[in-house]
Design a protein around this ligand. Sequence first.
Ligand code: G3P
Length: 241
Amino acid sequence: MKIFLDSANLNELREAVSWGAIDGVTTNPSLVAKEGREFFPLLKEICQTVNGPVSMETVSRDAAGMVEEGRTFAKLHPNIVVKCPLTKEGLKATRQLTSEKIRVNVTLCFSATQALLAAKAGAYFVSPFVGRLDDISHDGMALIGDIKTIYGNYGFSTQVLVASVRHPLHVLEAARLGADIATMPFSVLEALVKHPLTDLGLDRFLKDWEKLPPEAKTWQSNSRTTAAARPRAQKTSRTNR
Ligand code: G3P
């Protein structure tokens, strides 16, 4: 399953990229507004920071306006995917932009029948909002299961991009259901890394290592100044296993 970051914050993007963790980015007007920066320079920098699809949402309500904005976004960078809402006008814009070979991420999807229409309109991605469904006591992940079943039944190529992800269990369930992509805030991505036993285990290993007398760790004492030496030593230990 691919992992996207649901953020327009460049510090978060750079950090996530440095972990090799993300395959793309999704934004929305709220996330862009939160950065308080000029729109196009920010969009360009996001595309230069992450090597993968970057979803940018139109802000018009009518199809003609969405198509115009979508054409402008697509000219900015080959990684741009245009986000259109799952409305009648959004479906019209999806058909038009898709016919012009511009990829569309149909967003604000809350039902399997909506997702069926998005696929029939030629959507490249469909974004079901699982967290917002959970917020109103609906089972958001059940929707993902339904969409995967329907798309599988008819061989639709639209990729299911699980959005409005709120916690690691959404990510786990999305992967179990075979979703193509999950997009998440930086806080959820961070939570995926964390495990108390990993921290405990590392502390214990390093505490035990410290018990070794310095002369037994010559490589460390000789090259304490050059951080570069450290990884090499670890690699050696791994290959011996
Ligand atoms: O990008 C759309 C979506 O991920 C929004 O999530 O947390 O605002 O429901 P949220």
